[in-house]
Design a protein around this ligand. Sequence first.
Ligand SMILES: Cc1cc2nc3c(=O)[nH]c(=O)nc-3n(C[C@H](O)[C@H](O)[C@H](O)COP(=O)(O)OP(=O)(O)OC[C@H]3O[C@@H](n4cnc5c(N)ncnc54)[C@H](O)[C@@H]3O)c2cc1C
Length: 484
Amino acid sequence: MGARTGKQYLEEIDKTPREVWYGGEKITYGITKHPAFKGIAQTMAELYDLQHDPELIDIMTYISSKTGERVGTSFLMPKKREDLVKRTTMMKIWADYSGGMLGRTPDYLNSALMAMASAANFFGKNERINFAENIINYYEYVRENDLLLTHTLINPQVNRSVGPSKQVDPFIAARIVEKNSEGVIIRGARMLATFPLADEILVFPSTVLRSGQDDVPYAMAFALSVSTPGLKFICRESFSHESKFDHPLASRFDEQDAVVVFDDVLVPWERIFILEDPEKCNLYSDVTNAVVFMAHQSLVREIAKCEFVLGLATLMAETIGIDQFHHVQEKIAEIIMITETMKAFLVASEANAKMSEWGILTPDKTFLNAARNLWPRVSHRLNEIIRQLGASGLMTIPPESIMVSEARKYVDKYLQAKLANAEERLKLFKLAWDFVGSSFGSRQDLYEYFFFGDPVRMASNLYNWYNKELLKERIKKFLQKVEK
Ligand SMILES: Cc1cc2nc3c(=O)[nH]c(=O)nc-3n(C[C@H](O)[C@H](O)[C@H](O)COP(=O)(O)OP(=O)(O)OC[C@H]3O[C@@H](n4cnc5c(N)ncnc54)[C@H](O)[C@@H]3O)c2cc1C
């Protein structure tokens, strides 16, 4: 099949049965037409269509050496600098389409899968399963069918003071129940998977597992079709809305988040990549460079978001005539600093790219690690600045229907702005509110903070991983020269 069109994506998703719970409603077929999901489904279809835009096709796709078909560029294993540039350009086109609001565009997990397949030997084999072969076959299957993946990493937030085996019930966190001739049976749950409109779900470990016997049944990595019997998605309330005018972001970009339940789900042997191996679970992301390629994709998206906010802030300031105030300029300059810092991380990570032990040209992890640690700390500041600039303008945004009421004359008079009529100003400030204050905006803020995991533990990892020895030596030498 190769790179899908939007129509192919929608048809495939609708005809694939799944068990998605939206409140008390069970959705099996036709999820892309459901009011809670149709906005994001349509957006995803538009992204897929960009792969077939005659002006973009050479960036968005490449020719698969296996089938001769065009496949998505995020599957490309970079061997040379131009490949990295092509990947980045492609990712930026998708990220710009939503102003960086979408965390689960297909390139995010395709990048991880590409890295893991390139490092297939890491997964090895045992007497029964060839894990290395499984990951390569799975990568090729996803690439050639242009499937959309979601993933679920963390265990339910029941009691974080103890590990999964010490919870009130050892089957709260998803774990192996038994093995049979067809595969492994999984029971329990994972806390979250964004985007239940995917074709497939990756179930990988994230939190560090101890290598004791207790953790062994939880130590696994596998992939499943979302239509696998027993697999259930329990969604939160949708933030989507019909009106694009009132909710310019939520109406199109609410990705939805769901608890994932495994009710004795059979995982076929050929879909298992790690089994009962805590050590491999703890190492896979770093050793295969999956984390590097995910961080690389995320950084491109974060830059798109920074640029979106910079444009938004500038337009708001000019529209209501506050752009000449020094503190307003200072705040917008702060967005410029954040934007250019994130861009510098990207440039540096690519300039310093090296061939990995797996033969893949890999962006420099140090810069990407710094970027993914900095982002949760600065992304909230972007929201804060929009709030500070918008002030009460973020609240004087009556619903669209007022524009066809007799009250319109008041709106036209009192909600006009220095550089915009009332309708233009409403559109702009509704966009700002959807970004910083609506349910959609609040979720974005939370998402950016926890996107790559808990920032506190990520910072500890950075502290422990970063080589500080030379710097300590330099200080010691410096101190030797200090006279008493
Ligand atoms: C909008 C959104 C979408 C998401 N989408 C996905 C997804 O698609 N797939 C997926 O797998 N995950 C997803 N996540 C989950 C994300 O990976 C987690 O939020 C993140 O890893 C933090 O874990 P947690 O939420 O369980 O927080 P917890 O681990 O429960 O932490 C809660 C608080 O307690 C503190 N804490 C807990 N344990 C410790 C500890 N051992 N040491 C120090 N401090 C601790 C934390 O610092 C934090 O402040 C999403 C999260 C959000 C908010």
